[in-house]
Design a protein around this ligand. Structure first.
Ligand SMILES: NC(=O)c1ccc[n+]([C@@H]2O[C@H](COP(=O)([O-])OP(=O)(O)OC[C@H]3O[C@@H](n4cnc5c(N)ncnc54)[C@H](OP(=O)(O)O)[C@@H]3O)[C@@H](O)[C@H]2O)c1
Length: 332
C-alpha cells in the first residue's frame, strides 16, 4: 500500500497533568499482511479517561502503554484488505485499533458492527464500552428499584448520560451532577434527568438536599473526591455506590474519602467494578442498549475532533471537561 500510516505514540509519562508534549506523531509504513491478518482503516477513534491511566508507570488493572508505543484505543474502522477467512474487504469492524490511521489485526477482540441500522459511532458510545459500563455498574452493583433516587456524576458524559437514562428506564428519580450550566441543561432537557447540579457553581450540599429530598439510594460515581463526600452526607441506609471512575484524581490529585463513617452507619455497599472483567455480559448489554437507542429511550450526544492530528488536544480537553457526551475523533 502506498499510503503511509500516521500513529500517535506515548512520548513521555506525565508527572501530573498530561500535556501535548507527552504524545508524538510518527509516520510508518503500512505493514504487509501475513496469512490470517487483515488491514483496518480507522474511521472513528474513541477517547476515554482510562487512557490517562495507561500513560502512567504504575500498576493498574490494565497494562500501561510503553514509551514509543501507539496509544491504546477502541475504534470503528473498515477492512481495506484481508488474508483472514472471517473478515472481508468492506466489513465495518469494532476493535482496539489504537490511535492510528491503519491497524493490522488477527481478529482477536474484533467484531463486525452488530447492527448496521444504527450509526456506527454508537458502538463506541451508548451501545459500546461506555454504555456497557453504565449498564453493568448500575445493574450489577447499583440494583436500582423503582421509586429510588439515583445520583450520577459526570452526568453529561459518555458513561454518566447512559447511567442516568437507565435509571429513568428502571423507574427511578435521576439526579445528575455535572460541570457548568450548559451541561446541566443538556442533562435535564436532552437526556431526561429529573434535576442536575452544577458542581462548578459551588459546594453541592444544599442543591443535593433539594434535588434528593428523600436521600440518595444509588450513587453512580465517575469522579470521587469532594463530590463523593458530599453524596455520602446524603445517602440512605442500604445505599449502593457503583464506583466506576475517579477522574478527579487521574492527574495525581489526592482524593481521600473523608466520610467513611457514613459507609458504616448507613451500611453502604461501595463496590468498584471494571467493565472488561465481565466480557461475557457484553453481548447482552449491547443488544439491550442498542434496542434502547433504536427506540429513542436512550439519547446521546457526541463531541467530534476532526483528524488524528487533533487527538491529543481533544483527549486532554476531555479530561478537563471540554466534551459534551462521547468524545470521538473522526480519523478518516
Ligand atoms: N470502571 C470501568 O470499567 C470504566 C469504564 C469506562 C469509564 N470509566 C470511568 O467513567 C468515568 C466517565 O468516563 P466517560 O468516558 O464517560 O468520560 P466523560 O464523562 O465523557 O468525560 C469525562 C468527564 O469527567 C468530568 N470531570 C473531569 N474532571 C473532573 C473533576 N475533577 N471533577 C468532576 N468531574 C470531572 C468532566 O465532566 P464535567 O464537565 O461534568 O466535570 C468530563 O467531561 C471516568 O472516571 C472513567 O474512568 C470506568
Amino acid at each position: 500500500m502506498n499510503e503511509k500510516n500516521l500513529q500517535v505514540v506515548l512520548a513521555s509519562r506525565p508527572a501530573a497533568a498530561a500535556g501535548e508534549s507527552d504524545f508524538r506523531f510518527v509516520e510508518a509504513a503500512v505493514p504487509d499482511l501475513r496469512e490470517g491478518d487483515f488491514l483496518v482503516r480507522v474511521d472513528w477513534l474513541s477517547l476515554d479517561p482510562y487512557m490517562r491511566g495507561r500513560m502512567n508507570e504504575g500498576k493498574s488493572y490494565a497494562a500501561r502503554v510503553e514509551l514509543g508505543e501507539v496509544m491504546v484505543g477502541g475504534a470503528v474502522g473498515t477492512v481495506v484488505s484481508s488474508r483472514h477467512g472471517g473478515f472481508a474487504e468492506g466489513d465495518k469492524v469494532l476493535g482496539s485499533f489504537g490511535w492510528q490511521r491503519f491497524a493490522v489485526s488477527d481478529g482477536k477482540g474484533v467484531m463486525k458492527l452488530p447492527d448496521p441500522r444504527l450509526p456506527e459511532t454508537v458502538w463506541l458510545g451508548a451501545a459500546g464500552m461506555p454504555g456497557i459500563t453504565a449498564w453493568m455498574g448500575l445493574g450489577q452493583v447499583g440494583s436500582p428499584r423503582p421509586g429510588e433516587t439515583v445520583v450520577v456524576s459526570a452526568a453529561s458524559g459518555a458513561v454518566g448520560s447512559v447511567a442516568g437514562q437507565l435509571a429513568k428506564i428502571a423507574g427511578c428519580r435521576a439526579v445528575g451532577i455535572a460541570g457548568g450550566a450548559a451541561k446541566c441543561e443538556h442533562a435535564v432537557k436532552a437526556l431526561g434527568f429529573d434535576e442536575c447540579i452544577d458542581y462548578k457553581a459551588g459546594p453541592i450540599d444544599a442543591a443535593l438536599k433539594a434535588a434528593a429530598p428523600g436521600g440518595v439510594d444509588v450513587y453512580f460515581d465517575n469522579v470521587g473526591g469532594a463530590i463523593l463526600d458530599a453524596v455520602l452526607r446524603r445517602v440512605n441506609t442500604g445505599a449502593r455506590i457503583p464506583l466506576c471512575g475517579l477522574i478527579a484524581g487521574y492527574d495525581g490529585a489526592d482524593i481521600p474519602i473523608r466520610n467513611v463513617f457514613s459507609l458504616l452507619v448507613n451500611r453502604v455497599r461501595l463496590q468498584g467494578f471494571i467493565v472488561s472483567d465481565r466480557m461475557d455480559l457484553w453481548p447482552a448489554a449491547m443488544r439491550e442498549l442498542a434496542g434502547h437507542v433504536a427506540a429513542g429511550r436512550i439519547r446521546y450526544h457526541e463531541t467530534v475532533a476532526h483528524g488524528l492530528e487533533n487527538a491529543p488536544r481533544a483527549f486532554l480537553g476531555m479530561l478537563r471537561g471540554e466534551n459534551l457526551g462521547k468524545q470521538l475523533v473522526k480519523v478518516s
